[in-house]
Design a protein around this ligand. Structure first.
Ligand code: ZN
Length: 679
């Protein structure tokens, strides 16, 4: 049996009991930091991480609370600080200015503004609330909490007696509510899914379950009595997958199995909805998830469907689901993912293309899709403990996700191309989009980031990501654990991990050795480990006692990367990667005197040397790379020429590269990730 559903009163008394828990003194008596309850005790509302896998029978790993990990003085600490200080407040202003809260207030008479924004506008508010929740999980902020509480009050105030909440379909459009055509386009369940995700995150931050109770009333009072597989109920089409993973998280949080069963029914699809084949492909729902054989259709929908299906697998162990997830993951990693971890090649339909269809300038690579990719791989990692999933996660995080927000935290990318020509007139970074799904999605991801650094397992601890940080948590045995990381990752490859246990205990620390690190060294208490393999977790099993230092050295040499020859756009080209960071060239850093369409002029020398220099004043501090290459001394003005005819003259040129995530943070300029090779 899972955790009992607790009443509000018992939740509060549990919370009070937690706060009063006696500090556990370490064996050395040197620190009294463990005011956390032991992880083996019944977990409390604030002991759960991004996901609550404490009782998921088919999850190998369990999350660590966001609040247990403090990032400070490193790469992601800066990003998170900008997120909380700048992005979250400025996005709140944008949301208000664009009428997103007026949509709620209008329904209680507190505003007479007309409905504004697309059908999914409520989800913008919910995602923003979720980002606030994760920020509060790390650190309380009374003003921010008050804003969130007001927002939640205003949301809940519009709830109808049967539980329904959706500002677009309350009032004039009530008659269209949850009809099959509306389910395919109206995003009602998508909005509910984001409401539930925000509510569980907010509950884990504050213990306040007002929003979660409202979400449960929606499901219990409106969905379950009227919709479902039974003959006397109407079918459900998720339309835009999202509700599946949200319902499963609600199940994990409340122990109410009906939410898992509802998610399973939605993942299965209901033939009574009579969807057209192209709708099924585009929406990634409507037929059994287990019938999928490749990633197709709308990329965010596909990634969220995979998240829900992986969550379903972790609760049920359904082997057909796992088989499908493996097939889809191979399609992702071997044929459909950009080198940046972005996914969804086509602008048309914001969709996956054919295998190896990965255009650069035309790349869609929606920020939300890269986030969906990370969320899915986080779940696959939790199910297995396999490092290949963490490698994809890290690739997406440092590149295709990180590119989505400007360095000052106020501009956002909807699409994340891998080449750009400013003469196109397109502005890639903007403060607001009418479909503003990406900005708050980026905000919730950065706010939740500490929760992605570690996991626990029955036999120990997994270390997934590296940055200056401190974790204060406990092993699953209940033994207090503190892990600190000192590093300049990703600019330097050395990480000094200090593992401190409350009581001596034999367990395994699984240290992730990134797939890109050609040569890695690991020393435990000064003693080198013989075999360290890239792309795996190195299991360090020992009797840990007091403080133990684990020194890691990853290979941060810049590496040229080639694409599968089937990727037509990358033929004869290379990309540059250094550690987890993918690089690009921006026109403004190159030798002047070329026009804006300069990139055909520059070529990398495949065997040329690369030099790196850390520049603290450039783009908030980045490792700038210089690579030996060549530049045509004049542009080519013929569209076609006979092969073998005299080539345009070239001269040596040093190519300057910056991290891809930091592109378009200065004056607009041309950009490319994949560089032609000299020859
Ligand atoms: Zn988006």
């Amino acid at each position: 049996m899972r955790r009992l559903t607790l009443t509000r009163r018992s939740f509060l008394s549990l919370a009070a009991g937690t706060a009063a828990a006696q500090p556990l003194m370490g064996a050395t008596g040197s620190w009294g930091w463990l005011d956390e309850p032991a992880a083996s005790a019944a977990p409390s509302w604030h002991d759960q991480g991004v996901l609550d896998l404490a009782h998921s029978p088919y999850a190998k790993l369990r999350n660590v609370p966001v609040r247990a990990v403090t990032l400070s003085g490193g790469f992601w600490a800066r990003r998170r600080k900008t997120n909380v200080a700048s992005s979250i407040p400025s996005m709140h202003e944008e949301l208000l200015e664009h009428g997103r809260m007026d949509n709620f207030l209008r329904l209680t008479g507190a505003s007479n503004a007309p409905q504004r924004g697309p059908v999914y506008s409520d989800s913008d508010i919910y995602k923003w609330l979720e980002s606030v929740a994760f920020a509060l999980q790390s650190q309380d902020d009374p003003a921010l909490r008050q804003t969130a509480e007001t927002t939640i009050r205003e949301i809940v105030a519009i709830q109808e007696p049967d539980g329904y909440i959706n500002t677009y379909y309350q009032g004039d459009r009530k008659k269209d509510r949850m009809t099959v055509p509306t389910q395919t386009r109206g995003h009602e369940l998508y909005c509910l899914g984001h409401m539930l995700q925000a509510s569980t995150a907010y509950y884990r931050a504050t213990g306040d379950r007002t929003l979660m109770d409202a979400g449960m009333r929606f499901v219990d009072g409106y969905i379950l009595p009227n919709f479902g597989p039974e003959a006397d109920k109407r079918p459900i089409v998720s339309g835009h997958p999202e509700i599946e993973m949200a319902l499963i998280e609600l199940y994990r949080t409340t122990g109410e199995r009906k939410y898992l069963e509802l998610a399973g029914y939605i993942l299965q699809g209901d033939p009574r909805a009579e969807l057209r084949p192209e709708q099924i492909v585009y929406m990634n729902c409507g037929v059994p998830f287990t019938t999928k054989t490749k990633l197709q259709g709308h990329a965010v929908r596909a990634m969220y469907a995979c998240c829900g299906a992986t969550d379903y697998y972790m609760e049920t162990g359904d082997a057909a689901y796992w088989k499908t997830l493996e097939v889809l993951w191979k399609d992702l990693a071997q044929a459909q993912m950009y080198v940046t971890g972005g996914v969804g090649a086509r602008s048309a339909g914001e969709a996956f293309g054919e295998d190896y269809e990965l255009p650069n300038a035309q790349a869609y690579g929606e920020s939300c899709a890269a986030i969906g990719n990370m969320m899915w791989n986080w779940r696959m990692l939790a199910a297995t403990g396999e490092a290949r999933f963490a490698d994809v996660m890290e690739r997406a995080l440092y590149n295709g996700i990180n590119s989505g927000m400007s360095l000052d935290g106020t501009l956002y990318c909807y699409r994340n191309p891998l080449a750009f020509d400013p003469t196109s007139g397109e502005h890639i970074r903007n403060p607001w989009y009418d479909t503003t799904c990406c900005p708050p999605n980026l905000e919730r991801t950065f706010a939740s980031l500490p929760g992605y650094f570690y996991s626990t397992a029955t036999d120990g601890l997994y270390v997934h990501l590296y940055d200056n940080s401190e974790m204060r948590w406990a092993l699953e045995s209940g033994n207090g654990l503190r892990v600190t990381q000192k590093t300049n990752y990703p600019w330097e490859g050395n990480v000094r991990l200090t593992v401190a246990v409350d009581q001596p205990e034999e367990f395994t620390v699984y240290v992730r050795v990134p797939g890109w690190s050609r040569e890695s060294r690991v020393l435990v208490a000064g003693k080198a480990i013989a075999e360290v393999r890239a792309g795996e977790y190195l299991p360090v099993r020992r009797r840990w006692s007091g403080e133990t230092v684990v020194e890691l050295a990853f290979d941060m040499r810049p590496e040229l990367v080639t694409a599968n020859p089937a990727v037509a756009e990358d033929t004869g080209r290379v990309a540059m990667q250094r550690g987890p960071v993918v690089y690009c060239m921006e026109g403004l850093d190159q030798t002047k005197g070329t026009d804006a369409r300069a990139f055909p002029l520059y070529m990398a020398n495949a065997s040329g040397a690369t030099h790196g220099e850390y520049k603290p004043d450039v783009l908030d501090g980045v490792m700038v790379l210089s690579h030996a290459g060549a530049k045509r001394t004049e542009s080519v003005d013929t569209l076609y020429a006979l092969a073998g005819a005299e080539k345009a003259p070239v001269e040596p040129a040093e190519l300057k590269m910056i991290p891809y995530y930091a592109w378009d943070n200065r004056e607009e300029s041309s950009m490319q990730v994949w560089m032609p090779v000299v020859g």
